[in-house]
Design a protein around this ligand. Structure first.
Ligand SMILES: Nc1ncnc2c1ncn2[C@@H]1O[C@H](COP(=O)(O)OP(=O)(O)OP(=O)(O)O)[C@@H](O)[C@H]1O
Ligand SMILES: [Mg+2]
Length: 251
């Protein structure tokens, strides 16, 4: 069985908008992969396709040798137990406490007792430096704390794959830095394969090993940190330098 994620010829359109146009991407097991791209280029769509929350129009997504695009309801249910996604915006349930939010996946997927689930949720909260915040409601948390709570919810199920959608967007630089260090630490301690979607280059270089840049429906760059830093021309150079003149369509 081939481990990791192998995407070939993946296409997705909404109406007359071709968001992904036959894209290829490999993510090796244990890799920290960063997906870059401007707003609206299909980064969130790609993550949702990988976990089967959206259906592809064409192409293949192999996860550890299993074809995601052909999975039925049962198969998708099993697949999602190996994945956790930290959604853009956190997606905590406002009517549940932080601890209940974190334990949600375990309540759905295990038969463990409430006490066991609460204990594991508390441990996950400790890992993200939110020890003791379990009884709070999400509305009582700052933006950075909400992100950390959603990280705790993602790791509590001990997934093989962690998908982060813009984990630092909307946070101040110091909180962003803390979240990035946390992501790095979690990746190291848990040995997961992670995909981090971001348009923040400082974050990208801190947490990423390999980088792919999505633009106009295609990956226009795929390489390591060294290549991303040194390639000064083309879309990746423009993206890394943060130059905003004109669209990223020079490749
Ligand atoms: N369910 C949907 N129905 C219709 N259009 C959609 C849907 N989901 C995404 N889109 C469109 O697909 C395009 C890509 O969206 P996506 O959310 O993947 O962008 P993104 O790269 O994640 O952007 P951002 O950095 O702003 O989060 C957008 O134009 C969006 O409007
Ligand atoms: Mg997005």
């Amino acid at each position: 069985m081939q481990e990791g994620i192998r995407i070939r010829g993946l296409s997705k359109r909404f109406g007359d908008q071709q968001v992904l146009d036959r894209v290829d991407l490999d993510i090796a097991r244990g890799e920290q992969r960063v997906i870059l791209g401007r707003s609206g280029q299909g980064k969130s769509v790609l993550l949702k396709l990988i976990v089967g929350l959206l259906r592809a129009d064409a192409g293949s997504i192999l996860v550890d040798g299993e074809e995601v695009t052909r999975l039925g309801k049962q198969g998708l249910y099993r697949l999602r137990q190996r994945f956790s996604m930290v959604f853009q915006g956190g997606a905590l349930f406002d009517s549940l406490t932080v601890c209940e939010n974190v334990g949600l996946g375990l309540r759905e997927h295990t038969r463990w007792s409430d006490a066991e689930i609460d204990a594991r949720a508390e441990r996950a909260l400790e890992m993200v430096d939110l020890a003791g915040a379990g009884a709070k409601m999400p509305a009582e948390l700052s933006g950075g704390m909400r992100k950390r709570a959603s990280l705790a919810r993602a790791i509590v199920t001990e997934p093989d794959y962690l998908l982060y959608d813009e984990p630092t967007t909307g946070l101040d630089p110091i909180t962003s830095d803390a979240i990035n260090q946390l992501i790095q630490r979690l990746d190291e301690e848990l040995g997961v394969t992670s995909i981090v979607v971001t348009h923040d280059m400082a974050s990208a270089f801190l947490v990423g090993e390999r980088f792919a840049l999505l633009n106009n429906g295609h990956f226009v760059f795929d390489g390591d940190a060294e290549e991303a830093r040194t390639q000064t021309d083309g879309a990746i150079g423009q993206f890394v330098a943060g130059r905003s003149e004109g669209p990223l369509d020079s490749l």
